[in-house]
Design a protein around this ligand. Sequence first.
Ligand SMILES: Cc1ncc(C[n+]2csc(CCOP(=O)(O)OP(=O)(O)O)c2C)c(N)n1
Length: 331
Amino acid sequence: MSSPEVGNQDLCLSLYRMMVRIRLFEEQVGKLAAAGQVPGLTHLSTGQEAVAAGVCAVLRPQDYLFSGHRAHGHTLAKGSPVTAVLAEILGRETGLCRGRGGSMHLVDAARGMLGATGVVGGNIPLALGAAWAAQVRGEDRLAVVFFGDGASGNGVFHESLNLASLWRLPVLFVCENNGVAEFTQREEHSRVAFTSEFAKPYDIPVRVVDGNDVLAVYTAAQALVHWVRQAGGPAYLECQTYRLSGHYVGDAQAYRDKAELAAWRERDPLLRLQRQLLAQGVPAAELTAQAEAERQALAQALELARTAPPPAAAEASAYVYSCARETPTCP
Ligand SMILES: Cc1ncc(C[n+]2csc(CCOP(=O)(O)OP(=O)(O)O)c2C)c(N)n1
């Protein structure tokens, strides 16, 4: 499929800006985690920014989003402010979930981000539930769920494909196939290289794209989201990508092939878009200015998060279980 949007410079620049935001954010969180300032395990999406940015750029504010343990980029791309996401990861009262959730449990219901979870594959049936609710209520919104290739080994993944197809649920499955689940290469735990192969018998339309090419991701996501809205049924997008960081901050990465890593660094999605923009005639100074603006916003967010208080111990369980009164509604 061609990428007609390549000529749309505003779009390309906004994708670039989002990818820079995510990259800088992840690098900063990586430093904080390595310094022991982030509670719990921290999973970064460095190298996978094009998937979050490309898919979320075609969504509407009212569309629902679900993510997994590697959720920072998805949450930022859906529109959550850097300040609130960073504060949440650092466990501060000013965070998205008032510091109760942390890195693996980001929720921003007001922006349609209905949740990240550390239960691999657990987000998939949740997305079906949100899509079903939209269908029953007759609302014009869809649910998007991001998951890794490892999640396709879960029974619930296959059950969800079946049910989504059977009930024609408005859900977009987005697999970020980075070729490894924790420390295990895909070929060591499955004979099926492309997870989208599993969607085909259920009659779900599938696209497989280079997940390090943000314009390819955007174009495919746009086509599939359009199909989901029009046809009212599920679709499946598989993005072939690579995580440039370890599984979690602190992962020694003994399983990593150095030549493979070097080859994927050459395909860094951010540098790739940068080269495309420069070739299109965008001045280098413009790209530098955009990145600088993101750097400054992140520095401010860090300062705010660092000085914000953690939840008071006496209120540790407050807001953990929601009731209708306290739950913000989507726009
Ligand atoms: C149900 C469940 N099983 C196992 C784990 C342990 N675990 C955490 S991350 C992970 C690998 C996930 O790989 P993938 O889905 O490909 O996502 P990626 O880490 O590559 O983004 C596993 C097995 C878990 N968190 N939940």
